[in-house]
Each structure stands twice: as C-alpha cells, then as structure tokens.
Design a protein around this ligand. Structure first.
Ligand code: FAD
Length: 404
C-alpha cells in the first residue's frame, strides 16, 4: 500500500483506524456517516467465529439505531426479560432487574444478547457497503510518526499510510498506546473466565426462562443467557484463580477443571457444564488497567479496550467501545480543530469509563463474597437502592449527551 495524501476538503478528514474489532468498526461507521474518509487496518488475516456472548444495553443500541443497524441486530439477538442474581446452590433469588418492555420504554432501546461474531458481521457488512475498499486485513500497525500537518502510520509489512488522524482501537494490548503513553501493561486481576456455548436441544426443556441468570457463590460466579434467537445457550463462569494467566480468546482448558470449579452448583449450572463439548471449553485470564487520564495527542487517540480495558462484571466493555465511536465522531464534528476535538472526546469519556471500570471491579468482589450471609446483605442493600443507582448505564445516550 503506497503512502497516500491527506484530504481535508469540506472539513472532512482522512482517518486511519487500527483494529477492526467492535470499537474500531463502530467508529468507522460513525465517521463515514459523517463524511470522513476512513481506512481500517486489521492485524488478523480473517475473522473467525471466535468468542461467544456480548451484552448490549440501550446505551450501545442507541448508537446502532443512529447507524440504522438496530433491526439487523434484533434479528440475530435475544432480548432477556430480566437479570436474576441467584444463590449458587439453592438458586433462590437475591436481586432482579427488568430488561424487557419497561427497560425499553425507559431507555429508548432494547437490551440484547448477541454472539460477538454476529455483532461483528453486522458492523463489518455495513462498513464494507459504505467503503468497499476501506479495510486492510493481515496488516498490523507498528508505529506512527506525527507531523504538524499529517501523521504517517507504519505497518509491520514495511508499508505506510498518511492521514490526518490515527485512532487506536487495537485492544487491551495496544501497541499504539505503548508509543503514546509508554509502557502500560495490563494487570492480571487473579480472575479467569470460562466461556462456552451449547445448542439448546442438549439442555433440559425447562432449563431456563429467557433471562440472564447470574449465580453467585464463594470466589466464583456463573452468568447464563441465550444467544441467536434462543438457539444457543452461553455461559461465562468467573473463578478466582491466580495460576492461569493466558488471555487469548481461543485458549482452551480441560473440561474436568471447569466441572471441578462448579462441582456442587445449582442444577441449572450443572446442566450446561455437562452439555458443553468437552474440547470446547475456553478459559480466558482477566486483565485490566487503572484509568488513564490522558489518551490523546494532536493526531492520535485511543478507543475501546485500548483506552479503558475493564473487567466484564457490568457487561460493558463492548458498550463503552461503541459509545466511544459516536462521541469521538461528534467531538470531531463539533470542535474547531482536530486537537480540540480529541480533547473534547477524551474529556467527555473519562469520567464515565473510569466509573464503569471501578464499579465493575467492585461488582466482582460483591458477587464473590465468601459467605451466603455477606452475599445476602450485599444484595439486600442493592435491592434498596433498586434500579435508580444502576440507571446511569442505560440512560446515557451518546447521540444526544451534551459535550462540554
Ligand atoms: C477475537 C475476539 C473475540 C472476543 N470475544 C469476546 C466475547 O466472546 N465476549 C466478550 O465479552 N468480549 C469478547 N471480546 C472482547 C470484546 O470484543 C472487547 O472487549 C470489546 O468489544 C471492546 O472492543 P475493542 O474494539 O476495543 O477491542 P477488540 O474487540 O479486542 O478489537 C481489537 C482489534 O484490534 C486488532 N489489532 C490488535 N493489534 C493490532 C494492530 N497493531 N494493528 C491492527 N489491528 C490490531 C485485533 O485483532 C482486534 O480485531 C473478543 C475480542 C476479540 C478480538
């Protein structure tokens, strides 16, 4: 790929995005819709059916509505009626929150469970429809050289691209963040997450209503929900385990260890563990960062996990990346210069993303309290504050929130 010249007509910019994940593609769509010229560079040679469930609240789906993609996502997703926190052995209910009709009425969009591959395919298809030659696969951003009038992006295959702006959506181990902020390795949190999906015909007929079940127990919890119009059931079982530190999305681990981790758990949990393919149990070590205060220069900014990796206990990693894309595009369009636009973007994202990072870490501790007495007390307190305290997640509308 030859170095190309920047284009600045009609206030539009030439933008390179590193990473065609959920965050990179959402930003690409928001920016092309606003008239910018976007090229996405992705290190993977192909998109494989890796990963499992992703939860998207109204805050993420408002952005999908803006991109005219909500109907496509509803067709491949599942809307749960509510989330239920349950005791890991008795199954008794500790706390519930509505995610059905009243949630949609309150927040203007539904709550959806999506297979990551389905969400990714919808975003990718829409982007390629708008910008058919806008994606380079098997192409890794290695470094950048920031000038007064443009930025040169060096790829690991010795080619380069010139642009006005580089957006680093290259995930938790971002190489661009390393150049921008120095060495900021993610920290292992001492938690690992088991992941798997099971065709529903392998489960008992009355296995579970269309809800999210979060079974909580000492040092562990297990989240269960349906995907793909209820054809698949998804599990994520988080266990405190300091010995497994591999954070690959495709690292498998022995079924027997999964089974031992949840040995005496409720039959709903046991049924899915017993039904999963024994050689398809994925284990993923959970890493995160403390919030970064500054993640932009004059022509480079971070987005999604590169900017604010989080633990998955509020199910908000993908949603934050999606919100970022829309706020970045609105900030660039509102500000009078590129540098001001990047400052406006990070200023308006810092507080929210830092709050979600810290609340998510605290939620994990609450789910894992050692005794049932402690867990009951914690969830009783949560029941008292009710939906009010948790409303900050879905009520954020990236399409309309005031940027200051
Ligand atoms: C293959 C995969 C499967 C996943 N499965 C799940 C799941 O099942 N459930 C869940 O909750 N979360 C999953 N995640 C994580 C989840 O998608 C993210 O935490 C969240 O969506 C934030 O997205 P992001 O775009 O910031 O980062 P990511 O989704 O991690 O995307 C980063 C992208 O950047 C690419 N990349 C990395 N370095 C470079 C580089 N130097 N140059 C160019 N490209 C680069 C990566 O290949 C990747 O496509 C998965 C991520 C990946 C990559």
């Amino acid at each position: 790929m030859a170095a190309s010249v920047c284009r600045l007509a009609n206030n539009t910019m030439k933008v390179v995005i590193a990473g065609a994940g959920i965050g990179g593609l959402t930003a690409a769509l928001c920016l092309t819709k606003a008239g910018h010229d976007v090229h996405v560079v992705e290190s993977a040679a192909a998109f494989l059916d890796i990963g499992a469930g992703i939860q998207c609240g109204a805050n993420a789906l408002q952005v999908m509505q803006h991109l005219d993609l909500l109907d496509d996502l509803v067709k491949v997703g599942v809307t749960p009626e509510r989330v239920e926190f349950r005791d890991y052995q008795t199954g008794s209910s500790l706390h519930t929150m509505d995610l059905g009709r009243s949630y949609q009425d309150n927040y203007g969009a539904p709550y959806l469970h999506l297979h990551r591959s389905d969400l990714h395919s919808v975003l990718l298809g829409a982007f390629l429809e708008r910008q058919p030659s806008g994606l380079s696969l098997d192409s890794k951003v290695a470094s950048y050289d920031e000038g007064a009038d443009s930025i040169r992006i060096e790829l690991s295959n010795a080619q380069s691209l010139d642009a006005d702006l580089l957006i680093a959506a290259d995930g938790i181990n971002s190489v661009i963040r390393k150049q921008l902020l120095g060495n900021t390795p993610a920290t292992f949190t001492g938690n690992v997450a088991w992941r798997g999906v099971v065709p529903v015909e392998r489960l008992p007929e009355d296995w579970m209503n269309t809800v999210v079940s979060n079974f909580v127990g000492p040092n562990k919890h297990m989240v269960l929900y349906y995907l793909r119009q209820r054809r698949l059931a998804n599990f994520v079982g988080v266990v405190e385990n300091k010995t497994w530190t591999e954070s690959s999305w495709s690292a498998k681990a022995p079924w027997q260890e999964l089974s031992n981790d949840f040995k005496d758990w409720h039959p709903t949990v046991r049924s899915i563990i017993d039904a999963v393919d024994k050689d398809s149990c994925y284990r993923w070590a959970l890493y995160n960062h403390q919030p970064f205060r500054n993640w932009s220069s004059r022509r480079v900014t971070l987005l999604g996990d590169a900017a604010h990796s989080t633990l998955p206990f509020l199910a908000s990693g993908a949603a934050m990346a999606i919100e970022d894309g829309r706020i970045l595009q609105r900030s660039l369009d509102q500000a009078s210069s590129l540098a001001d636009g990047l400052q406006l973007y990070q200023r308006n994202r810092f507080e929210r993303t830092a709050k979600i990072q810290s609340t998510s870490a605290r939620a994990g501790k609450l789910y894992h309290f050692k005794t049932s007495l402690m867990r009951k007390a914690a969830f009783t307190a949560l029941n008292k504050v009710g939906a009010r305290q948790q409303a900050y997640l879905p009520e954020y509308d990236a399409n309309t929130v005031k940027l200051t």
